[in-house]
Design a binder for this molecule. Structure first.
Ligand code: GLC
Length: 422
């Protein structure tokens, strides 16, 4: 990576933001994972230097569910302390009324981004957040271990189970008592909705609530997929996976104690970091698929954006900050240092990015085929829909009822919630 070239590009573009009259004190909330906050601080320092504004980070827990709960309360109370929010891709329809419309401010740059992402952040014709990065998960696997035991990268969940079990047992017998086959996000929160949507969708079981609003989750393919995952807990995955979010999975993986991991691209650069036990000994593949009709590899669409609170007392400076954080220059740096997927199409052809983080050009296709969670059709009810879903899945993973039983109850609860329409 040619850091100096990137820096030069960044500085020349930042001058665009310079010279605005009146320095403002801004606050941004962020619940980033890994070393995301450190990265953000570095970018904000540049922004401060070139605009004269100051920006304070208000750190938040990394659970998107916890962040959402807090932000919804703050925004409902008209909180003027926070100017800029980092927002999950699923929140736009629920928080749209509390954010400024950025359509005009972003008019010159909006076409650089993938249209589907801009669309996901557009509610009733208002662009309520600007994309910072997109997300589509990977199956992380240990190249050294698969090679040692002569195994192929699994393309189905059945293959993953068999290989995970075999390699785990062999490694334990060879002395690593802490070895596990597969780690993922099994805690009761939004991350489990992402993982379980992949299990269901990859088994031909639909997407919980379909784009037309139909509640589809109570079906045998969905039940079979969730039942299969319940069989992983305590066998190829530790019991503790029921409390894992992204960072706990990454912790086990990065210590060298898992053959496979489901996680987002941010774990790629960290896995190759100086303090990682597995640097250079892993690669990524699309997530496995189920079996039977409609089976396919499925990746849940994730991603983060930047929104400006309508209660900000410095809206112009806050908009400048949102534009800066979603700009091609910052996205390029983010891709190189954090292995986060850009939302700017041209960056997938960028040689510096490809060299620093080969996952990025490879992941364009995974992103393009990713499956959105049903936040658009369920609108302001999405969080409730998702929490009912992850609740039913978590019960099943914990051994409280079969998947079929829990999905039947879930369907009734979703119908109640929907009433006469979303
Ligand atoms: C990642 C995704 C986000 C998702 C979250 C779940 O941060 O980008 O969209 O909601 O994981 O834990």
């Amino acid at each position: 990576m040619k850091a100096t070239t990137i820096l030069a590009g960044l500085l020349s573009s930042v001058t665009l933001f310079a010279g605005v009259a009146g320095a403002a004190d801004l606050s941004i909330v962020s619940g980033d994972t890994g070393n995301g906050l450190e990265f953000l601080r570095g970018q904000l320092n540049r922004f401060e230097e070139h605009t004269g504004h100051t920006v304070t980070i208000v750190p938040m827990p990394s659970s998107t569910t916890d962040q959402f709960g807090q932000y919804r309360l703050w925004l409902a109370a008209g909180n003027t302390d926070i100017d800029v929010y980092q927002t999950d891709v699923i929140w736009a329809p629920q928080l749209a009324d509390q954010f400024l419309d950025l359509t005009e401010a972003a008019a010159d740059v909006v076409d650089e981004h993938f249209p589907a992402i801009i669309e996901s952040q557009t509610v009733d014709g208002r662009l309520v957040a600007l994309p910072a990065f997109t997300d589509a998960p990977a199956l992380y696997y240990r190249t050294d271990l698969l090679e040692k035991y002569g195994k192929d990268v699994p393309t189905t969940w059945a293959e993953l189970e068999a290989t995970a079990a075999e390699v785990m047992e062999a490694e334990r017998a060879a002395g690593n008592a802490d070895m596990w086959g597969f780690v993922f996000q099994g805690n009761a929160y939004e991350g489990l909705t992402c993982d379980a949507l992949e299990w269901v969708m990859s088994n031909g079981g639909g997407q919980i609530v379909e784009p037309d609003g139909t509640i589809s989750i109570n079906n045998p393919r969905a039940a079979a997929a969730i039942e299969r995952a319940a069989g992983w807990v305590g066998t190829i995955a530790p019991e503790g996976v029921l409390a894992y979010m992204e960072e706990e999975s990454r912790g086990v993986w990065q210590l060298g104690n898992a053959v496979f991991m489901r996680n987002w691209p941010y774990a790629y650069s960290l896995g190759n970091g100086a303090d990682s036990a597995i640097a250079g000994n892993f690669d990524v593949a699309p997530l496995p698929m189920g079996d039977g009709e409609g089976a396919r590899s499925a990746a849940t669409l994730g991603g983060w954006n930047v929104a400006v609170s309508k209660y900000s007392q410095n809206p112009d400076a806050a908009i400048e900050l949102a534009l800066f954080l979603s700009s091609a220059e910052v996205q390029k740096e983010r891709a190189i240092s954090q292995s986060n997927l850009p939302t700017i199409q041209a960056l997938y052809d960028d040689a510096d990015i490809a060299e620093a983080q080969p996952i990025i050009p490879r992941w364009k296709e995974v992103f393009e085929n990713s499956v959105p969670r049903p936040s658009a059709p369920t609108k302001t009810d999405y969080n409730e829909v998702s929490s009912l879903f992850w609740g039913a899945v978590h019960e099943t993973l914990s051994g409280n009822g079969s998947a079929a039983e829990n999905l039947e109850i879930l369907e009734i609860d979703l119908e109640d919630l929907r009433g006469n329409g979303w």
